[in-house]
Write a protein that binds this ligand. Structure first.
Ligand code: ATP
Length: 679
């Protein structure tokens, strides 16, 4: 209501205009969002805020979407602000006159640097009114901060942050600082922002002037579909928004970069045409497809009844998405889309040799595993010791092999809509093994549900475990329409579905055969001081799963086994109070949900793979609270640490939904066993 933005004439004519809204507009929206836990309200606020910008300051859309996403650029671009407590305290001292001690005390009281900035700024009086900050201005300054490197980095970064903080008023200081530390604490996660933006496009984007873009009559027709029309009924509008949300989600999974999507959307003005420019692109990592956990072999046969499928070894390495364009430029991306090309110069060198004739550009899904001189696959721990920085072919100590399992793009065309059988065939037709460097994953084809087939699969599973793998992946080969009769409506397609955990990919891990269920990926959020032999270290550790619906971490167990003394020492160092990273908090973060009161709280930073006996309902733990019981959560009994998952971020941790599904599966299994015993 109170925002004063100079009005531009039309969002399409004016995309190049640099009219920027005040940053206070965004900061106010963040503050209102932080005050509510209602997802509907959050989406409405985001949507309305973006609508205002679409109409009045379209060039602010891009910075706003990044700032709402807790970052300033796509993860594969490797843009890092690099602002730690050192830069922040220096900038805040300069701006407010508060001493370091005072700032640290305030941090201990609030547990958040944004709140510290807010507290010290409110007591500062300025004689000369600074020029108001703009959204684009803040965003550009943060980019400048990220680009600073070399000698004197801290002072240089500090200078820029100081300038922002000097001009910041009220909530602005809070959210600038929270952006600097990468945690806005507003409970609006990626999908919420995406939905808000899709709705804003339907409600406020307008078709471009017909003359400005050559549109076919069919395109003109589709355009009509996704704009708000004054005559639209409520239902029609809701329908349009649903279509737009689906399209934007799909597009973002294939091309997770607002820098590509937003300029195109503002130019063409039609969310329906989003895939013309923002589909799968070599050099831009897509979000990987994921597998569903399956607890029993017999579940596979129930789920995949009458479908043809393949079983593949599930290697225990690092997932790699390999991109090569027609000119041979290569990128290797990690599971969470970081560019790790520099870590693997040996792979880059080998790639031209894996291509057969007529193979041009491609995007391939693969697992990288460590191998010894005889080509034997080594455990993940060895691979995780591979050097990360300044790797040259000459200094490589740990050799690796690529094991390819999917092909998503070939010779300028997306293969996502093809069936797995077709993609697999193209993979084999266009690529060839290179000894100890590149191969296809070991696999067998299966179909039907007869006993012989089940035994063959069981044997393959055992073989995979004997060769050091985690288990097997079972993948549907064909779309249901092309299969024999007996297909069910809900049968999954055999397409490659970016960013989805699909039933067409099932994973069975050896943990299941040990009879104790799948492991969980949990986030350490707190700890108690150890006693006896463990005095001086942290033990037990409080671990949490992730709830993407409210962006919270819900405690699941207290873990005290599986750790070595060396690990305890390293952990202490990692979380130590004196560490400049400030990983120890005096208060739980606002997004921690638990009834426990550990001696220290950890800032959620890493993911640990934890194995337990079974999952039970707990009054104190809050994993998936509200799903099985209104007030009680789920907890993992007898947890044991297996390893640190450095390939996962805290947002890749086991979700409350998966935890609940595991609990239900376990209950079904127990009932089944009980039933069989009775029989
Ligand atoms: P996990 O924690 O079990 O590794 P995840 O969440 O990383 O799982 P999922 O899709 O659930 O991902 O499990 C498949 C993972 O297993 C992939 O991310 C990949 O790194 C690895 N993998 C190993 N072999 C294969 C294979 N043949 N097909 C697919 N993924 C494989």
């Amino acid at each position: 209501k109170n925002v004063n933005i100079k009005k531009s004439t039309s969002n399409h004519e004016d995309i190049s205009t640099k009219i920027s809204a005040p940053y206070s507009f965004l900061a106010q929206a963040f503050a209102i969002i932080a005050d509510t836990s209602s997802r509907i309200t959050i989406i409405n606020i985001l949507c309305n805020m973006l609508r205002v910008l679409i109409i009045h300051a379209p060039s602010d859309i891009l910075p706003t979407l990044w700032l709402c996403s807790n970052t300033i650029g796509a993860s594969y671009k490797g843009i890092e602000l690099g602002i730690g407590p050192l830069v922040l305290t220096q900038a805040l001292t300069a701006v407010s006159g508060a001493t370091r001690q005072k700032l640290h005390q305030l941090y201990k009281d609030h547990g958040d640097w944004g709140d510290v900035a807010y507290a010290v700024k409110t007591s500062v009086r300025t004689i000369v009114e600074p020029k108001p900050l703009t959204i684009t201005g803040v965003f550009d300054t943060l980019h400048t901060v990220a680009s600073v490197e070399g000698k004197g980095t801290v002072n240089e970064k500090c200078k820029h942050i100081q300038r922002l903080l000097l001009a910041a008023k009220d909530n602005e200081a809070r959210y600038i600082v929270r952006t600097c530390v990468g945690n806005l604490r507003i409970g609006a996660v990626g999908t919420t922002v995406l939905i808000g933006f899709a709705r804003a496009c339907v409600l406020s984007l307008t078709p471009p002037l017909a003359s400005s873009l050559p549109l076919s009559s069919q395109q003109q027709d589709t355009m009509k579909l996704l704009y708000r029309n004054p005559n639209d009924s409520k239902d029609e509008l809701i329908q349009k928004m649903k279509i737009a949300e689906g399209l934007l989600k799909e597009c973002y999974a294939q091309c997770p970069n607002w820098d590509v999507i937003v300029p195109w959307l503002l130019k063409c003005g039609d969310i329906k045409r989003i895939f013309e420019q923002c589909g799968l692109t070599v050099g831009v990592p897509l979000r990987p497809m994921l597998g569903q956990i399956t607890k029993t072999m017999s579940n596979v046969f129930t789920k995949l009844r009458s479908r043809d499928f393949v079983c593949e070894f599930k290697y225990d390495g690092q997932r790699a998405q390999i991109h090569m364009d027609a000119r041979g430029n290569t990128h290797i991306f990690s599971r969470h889309l970081e560019d790790m090309t520099d870590k693997y110069p040996d792979i880059v060198r080998c790639l031209p040799h894996i291509k057969k004739e007529r193979t041009g550009s491609f995007i391939m899904d693969a697992e990288i595993v460590a191998i010894n001189e005889n080509g034997k696959i080594l455990p993940f721990q060895i691979l995780s010791n591979r050097e990360r920085k300044n790797v040259t072919i000459e200094n490589i100590k740990i050799n690796v092999c690529i094991l390819a399992f999917d092909l998503m793009f070939l010779n300028d065309s997306s293969l996502l809509q093809l069936s797995f059988r077709e993609r697999k065939l193209l993979l084999k037709q266009h690529f060839q093994p290179v000894e100890n460097k590149f191969n296809f994953v070991s696999s067998i084809q299966a179909s039907g549900t007869d006993l012989e087939e089940q035994e063959r699969m069981q044997e393959f599973f055992e073989q995979s475990v004997n060769e050091g793998c985690e288990g097997i992946m079972v993948k549907v080969l064909d779309h249901p329409t092309s299969i024999k009769s007996g297909a069910r409506n809900q049968d999954p397609l055999a397409t490659y579905e970016p960013d989805k955990r699909m039933e067409s990919w099932l994973k069975i891990k050896k943990d299941y055969l040990e009879g104790t269920g799948d492991s969980l990926d949990l986030v350490p959020i707190g700890a108690w001081y150890g006693n006896g032999r463990k005095a001086g270290w942290y033990s037990p550790i409080l671990l949490a799963c992730y709830n993407p619906d409210n962006d919270t971490f819900e405690s699941v167990c207290k873990c005290m086994s599986g750790f070595t003394d060396k690990f305890y020492k390293e952990m202490k160092h990692f979380y130590n109070e004196n560490d400049s990273q400030q990983r120890i908090l005096d208060h739980p973060r606002h997004d921690y949900i638990t009834d426990f009161q550990p001696d220290v709280w950890f800032d959620a930073t890493e993911v640990w793979e934890i194995k337990g006996a079974d999952i039970t309902v707990s009054p104190m733990h809050k994993g998936g609270v509200g799903r099985v019981d209104e007030n009680k959560g789920l907890s993992l009994r007898f947890p044991r640490y297996l390893r640190t998952r450095s390939d996962k971020t805290i947002y890749d941790a086991t979700t409350s939904d998966i935890l609940t599904a595991m609990y239900s599966n376990q209950k079904n299994l127990q009932q089944q066993q009980h039933h069989e015993e009775k029989k």
